[in-house]
Design a protein around this ligand. Sequence first.
Ligand code: LER
Ligand code: MN
Length: 258
Amino acid sequence: MKLAAQENIVPGKNLREKFANLEKYGFEGIELWGKGIVEREKEIIKVSSQSSVKVTTICAGYEGCLLSDKKEERERAVKDIKSLLKVASNIGAVGLIVVPIFGPPRLPDLSPWMGVKELEKKMLIEILTRIGKTAENVGSICLLEPLNRYETHFLNRLKEGVEICNEVDSPGVKIMADFFHMNIEERKIDKAIKEANSFIYHIHLADSTRLLPGYGHTDFKSGFNALKEIGYDKYMALECGIPGKPEEDLPKCVKYLR
Ligand code: LER
Ligand code: MN
């Protein structure tokens, strides 16, 4: 089990202090925000090369939307995602986390010829085929993240992400699994994980309350057993609120998870 945390929840005045604190608390990785990361690339490479803590992933940070009804917005997202994939590769991260669309659909409903979700799926497969080629070329991975129904209408369950990966058929397009969203959308978290199996390249951890694991009623044991069974050996990053003092709660959480 390789544990990581998103940079915003880690105490420290700068990146070097955050890396040092994570190391002290028992973590192996850090997830960084995509916004403004191009300017931080040199600093990230320097700090991570001097630490046992590594950058796991870049979370979002692109403008536009892959499933916008406006061509310019789709193209903007593709352009930004391609450049963030290059950064992800340069800083040694597994890949870039991508949510195809937040909120309701923006493309038109063309039924009875084609319903909006079908159109979105076809559009996304086209776009991801191009993004997948770039990801392969730069040596990175586009990590599709299913979110719960209150955040997106489109990609809610792991199996929907796997379906898209199968259609795109690129080693540069995989999925990630977020326990907070799975707790809302999956009937059985362990079953969903086992079925998605080797398509899972990253994990987000938060309890049902979206606080640190242990501050809610999510059953992490069955999900973790499933991850063990499929031989998951990549990172799991905390994406959650911390109710107490981070310098006390974070190391406590590492113990709880292990
Ligand atoms: C949003 O709820 C979420 O889980 C993020 O990881 C989206 O990038
Ligand atoms: Mn997440």
